[in-house]
Design a protein around this ligand. Structure first.
Ligand SMILES: *[C@@H]1O[C@H](CO)[C@@H](O)[C@H](O)[C@H]1NC(C)=O
Ligand SMILES: *[C@@H]1O[C@H](CO)[C@@H](O)[C@H](O)[C@H]1NC(C)=O
Ligand SMILES: *[C@@H]1O[C@H](CO)[C@@H](O)[C@H](O)[C@H]1NC(C)=O
Ligand SMILES: *[C@@H]1O[C@H](CO)[C@@H](O)[C@H](O)[C@H]1NC(C)=O
Ligand SMILES: *[C@@H]1O[C@H](CO)[C@@H](O)[C@H](O)[C@H]1NC(C)=O
Ligand SMILES: *[C@@H]1O[C@H](CO)[C@@H](O)[C@H](O)[C@H]1NC(C)=O
Ligand SMILES: *[C@@H]1O[C@H](CO)[C@@H](O)[C@H](O)[C@H]1NC(C)=O
Ligand SMILES: *[C@@H]1O[C@H](CO)[C@@H](O)[C@H](O)[C@H]1NC(C)=O
Ligand SMILES: *[C@@H]1O[C@H](CO)[C@@H](O)[C@H](O)[C@H]1NC(C)=O
Ligand SMILES: *[C@@H]1O[C@H](CO)[C@@H](O)[C@H](O)[C@H]1NC(C)=O
Length: 382
């Protein structure tokens, strides 16, 4: 028998085990299975006792879209080609060509003047999905921001989502009040990622578009879902149809700032049919008097799109990034995070808008996830 001194420790240990042990797949954040010994067996890309943490591995410096040191005599600001996140798209004809649709600030302006200087650019990488990406084309003029693009198999088209409006080119880097623009999410389509894009049409009132076509091999529906800030979820019969809110407001209660407080959702349906969202959590802003780092990423999940979302009050990732050169950097901001998946929906890379501490420039970082990306790059010959 155990000594009396050891008994409380053992009780504590078994309590800890009890707390950590899983009984359902929800206990494994729907990112893994609860195995027979009551421990979570996480799918690739996810770690932690509850599979609630993204397995981020070292990023390579000067990959992604980092052109903050670019200078041009005509520029109005000194922030180079600062940018704020984007979506990686593999070319449909040339699998070794990768595109990044990225939010860029015009004429050397920076994040602080995002409204109205932001526009959407297309950049290309022939060095693989991590980049470096180089500017290839202006997809829009200002003011367009918060871009996300998906391939819609039902429409045989790319669908591009953004906030903003068509305005005359801004002549300064100054920020403009939001009340001067309609707070709407609009959508445009094109057969090629190079355009031409149809005129933007308003889909919903809101910000932070996160689309996902509901098309599946066994159900070739043109229905589409669109999430927005605070994980408001909408659906429409087709991309240019009428959007209806399909979930009820969820009081997450994560802070007393707002009961529904998350922004920048990114949603996906995994291969088992479960729904997931990454979001910018922002908890540090409340707990540390306006400080925006390091706890920046939250993961939410649900078996159903319209209800039953779980939000764990814990970070899924943070703003501390380890680089392959051995450097470790904690960014002031890491937002707009989106995952690039393999065809089987294995997470391969996390794309985020980042801003260093004490810096006004910003760029788009690509950080590999887990170890499947090695295989993916090798398969393509990189
Ligand atoms: C529980 O099972 C998993 C595989 O399902 C295994 O990897 C792990 O080592 C087991 N843990 C314990 C404590 O037996
Ligand atoms: C981004 O660019 C800046 C120069 O403008 C450089 O100092 C920094 O190391 C770069 N960061 C990464 C992660 O590439
Ligand atoms: C910016 O940094 C890159 C990577 O080090 C370098 O190749 C390039 O020459 C720099 N550009 C300027 C304008 O300093
Ligand atoms: C791209 O957009 C920027 C900012 O609006 C503008 O200064 C530049 O001239 C555009 N380039 C082309 C080729 O249209
Ligand atoms: C910077 O962006 C402009 C478009 O606004 C583009 O013409 C130029 O090639 C870009 N340069 C770099 C280094 O990204
Ligand atoms: C957006 O909100 C305005 C005012 O609240 C309303 O008039 C308009 O119908 C809404 N538009 C959409 C697409 O929901
Ligand atoms: C196909 O998917 C849509 C959207 O999820 C759904 O509403 C519809 O019921 C599905 N149809 C079938 C036959 O499963
Ligand atoms: C969308 O809604 C508007 C106003 O509610 C209606 O006039 C229009 O016919 C609807 N369009 C479709 C395609 O259902
Ligand atoms: C949030 O708080 C409200 C009011 O106290 C409560 O009704 C609700 O269940 C809470 N929601 C969650 C997700 O904990
Ligand atoms: C940030 O995330 C890394 C893993 O990506 C982890 O090692 C580190 O402890 C986290 N930092 C904080 C302050 O939680």
């Amino acid at each position: 028998m155990f000594s009396r001194r050891l008994r409380p420790i053992l009780t504590l240990l078994s309590l800890v085990t009890l707390i950590l042990a899983c009984t359902t797949e929800e206990d494994c954040s729907l990112n893994g299975i609860c195995s027979s010994n009551s421990t979570c067996h996480c799918g690739p890309g996810w770690i932690g006792s509850d599979c609630g943490r993204l397995d981020l591995v070292p990023a390579a410096r000067w990959t992604g879209y980092n052109h903050t040191n670019y200078t041009d005599p005509s520029y109005l600001g000194s922030y180079g080609n600062s940018s704020w996140g984007g979506r990686i798209v593999q070319d449909r004809e040339d699998p070794r060509l990768f595109h990044l649709l990225v939010d860029q600030f015009r004429n050397g302006c920076g994040l602080s003047g995002w409204r109205p200087t932001s526009f959407i650019a297309r950049a290309e990488s022939r060095n693989g999905p991590q980049g470096p990406y180089v500017w290839a084309q202006n997809t829009t003029s200002s003011f367009r921001h918060n871009a996300d693009v998906v391939w819609s198999p039902a429409d045989d088209k790319y669908l591009l989502w953004a906030i903003g409006a068509d305005i005359a080119d801004p002549t300064s880097c100054k920020s403009i009040s939001g009340s001067q623009f309609p707070a709407v999410i609009s959508v445009s389509s094109a057969s090629s990622i190079r355009g031409p894009w149809t005129p933007f049409r308003v889909a919903i009132n809101g910000t932070n578009p996160a689309p996902w076509p509901l098309y599946e091999e066994r159900n070739k529906t043109s229905q589409i879902t669109l999430a927005a800030e605070d994980l408001k979820i909408y659906a429409a019969p087709q991309w240019d149809g009428n959007y209806t809110r399909i979930n009820s407001p969820v009081p997450w209660n994560t802070t007393d700032y707002s009961p529904t407080w998350t922004e920048d959702p990114f949603i996906w349906r995994d291969k088992r049919g479960n729904w997931h969202a990454l979001a910018h959590w922002m908890i540090d802003i409340v707990e540390h008097d306006g400080r925006k780092y390091p706890r920046t990423g939250a993961h939410m999940f649900s078996r159903n799109l319209a209800e039953g979302w779980h939000f764990k009050v814990q970070e899924a990732f943070n703003s501390t990034v380890t680089f392959t050169d051995g450097a470790v950097e904690t960014f002031n901001r890491r937002e707009r995070s989106k995952i690039f998946f393999d065809e089987d929906l294995t997470p391969l890379y996390l794309v985020s808008g980042v801003q260093a501490l004490n810096s006004k420039t910003s760029f788009t970082l690509v950080q590999p996830i887990g170890d499947r990306w090695h295989e993916y790059e090798k398969r393509l010959g990189f």
